[in-house]
Design a protein around this ligand. Structure first.
Ligand code: NIG
Ligand code: FE
Length: 412
């Protein structure tokens, strides 16, 4: 089946030659074609170019995109959108002066979500999570990573990962699954970290591998959570099962975690609100993608990832939402792109590169997603009529998305 999108005001992120990511000064360049067409055959991008070169065809569907921008769907490489209930009370507690750390120390935070998760049936978690997934699809996300990490028990972690697997089967969006058993220490293991890590390695991982429930492994490498040495144990164990690491690191403190992640060839290091010169050096000329999560900084009032400094040093950057009940109850990539421009001083070109091709890289999907390239999945956003693509970050809080296409099909 052929679908032809014509009269596109500007077609963004066009890459004739496939690339897996963009770094350094290339981040500032967003290749595009004005007055363009895009031809889709079945679920795949078949051709694109300027309207003058549009072939004479008789497609089943023709979409007139006059005045509209077309770009690859957002690639959100870091979320926790499978969870039970919410944490609205903690939100109000923070308004009233408590910090994220103080709330966590009182048994709130991740352990609060873990209790709710373990008290909720798999069917109910699926129902709650699918609504979030449907919402982010309508907001333009076409590939997403989802983590476990609110179970913290064998059964709880498996339950979450099974929900992720079912979502992947039921929805046309590309989903990668990450095992985050090392998200926090359950209260009973506060004084016995190695016993909990033994459970992760000897009980959780083998079952997850048996049911093929995860693509990646994650840990919260942070003061008061998992130390560098503990995270290294987890990354090593993941490797035995073919799970590459994507690690939460440098959210609140810099404790030389990034160098350890690079040493273990992590696919990504995520958060990076606090970054030292040594961290930046450790990331240079590596295959590890730094991932910034500006909605998290916005919501819990912590520093933003120093994107300018990192880009000026030649590093690549990806942007993701971190959608979760505690630090980022939003899966809106349009807001992430706007916030990256407004608060992190990324240009629109850098932010869109970070939210598409580099996001795809950070979840191992850049061969099929993240750019307008012949042979890639036809996952695109058709915007409302816009003055230019600058309006996507400029009109923050407005929804620029008019239609979304996943695997060549319009989703209504
Ligand atoms: O990425 N920092 C660790 N994990 C999540 C938040 C977890 C929570 O508060 O529920 C994050 O921000
Ligand atoms: Fe996270």
């Amino acid at each position: 089946m052929q679908t032809l999108i014509i009269n596109i005001k500007e077609l963004l992120q066009v890459r004739e030659t496939p690339i897996d990511k963009v770094s350094g000064s290339d981040m500032a360049v967003l290749p595009s074609i004005k007055n363009a067409f895009l031809l889709i055959e079945d679920d795949t991008i078949a051709a694109f170019g300027s309207m003058e070169t549009c072939p004479k065809l008789n497609p089943e569907i023709t979409i007139d995109a006059s005045g509209k921008i077309v770009l690859p769907s957002w690639c959100d490489s870091h979320t926790h959108l499978v969870y039970a209930g919410n944490r609205e009370q903690e939100f109000v507690d923070r308004i009233n002066g408590l910090s994220y750390e103080e709330i966590a120390n009182r048994g709130g935070g991740i352990l609060n979500s873990a209790k709710r998760l373990n008290d909720t049936s798999e069917a109910e978690i699926y129902q709650q999570s699918k609504k979030r997934l449907e919402e982010v699809i309508q907001l333009g996300t076409g590939a997403i990573e989802i983590k476990s990490g609110y179970g913290l028990t064998v059964e709880g972690e498996l339950k979450m990962l099974r929900v992720i697997k079912r979502l992947a089967q039921d929805y046309p969006i590309a989903i990668k699954s990450t095992f985050l058993g090392a998200h926090a220490f359950p209260t009973e293991y506060k004084e016995n970290h190695s016993a909990y890590i033994d459970i992760i390695i000897n009980e959780m991982l083998p079952k997850i591998a048996e049911e093929s429930l995860a693509d990646y492994i994650d840990a919260f490498l942070e003061t008061g959570y998992f130390s560098v040495a503990e995270t290294e144990r987890i990354m090593e164990a993941g490797k035995q099962y073919g799970l590459r690491a994507k690690i939460h690191v440098n959210q609140f403190t810099a404790i030389n975690g990034i160098a350890a992640c690079v040493k273990h060839k992590a696919l990504s290091v995520d958060h990076l609100e606090i970054v030292t010169k040594e961290d930046i050096e450790a990331l240079k000329t590596t295959e590890t993608m730094p991932v910034a999560l500006p909605s998290c900084s916005f919501f819990i009032s912590i520093p933003y990832t120093p994107a300018r400094q990192m880009l000026n040093e030649g590093l690549p950057l990806a942007l993701a939402t971190d959608f979760n009940p505690g630090t980022t109850p939003s899966g809106n990539m349009n807001f992430v792109v706007a916030t990256a421009c407004i608060k992190m001083k990324m240009t629109p070109e850098e932010a869109i590169n970070a939210a598409t091709i580099n996001g795809a890289y950070a979840m191992g999907l850049s061969a099929t997603h993240g750019s307008i390239t012949v042979g890639k999945k036809a996952n695109v956003i058709i915007t409302k009529p816009l003055n230019s693509y600058y309006e996507i970050p400029y009109a923050f809080g407005s929804n620029p998305v008019e239609q979304v296409m996943l695997n060549g099909k319009l989703i209504s």
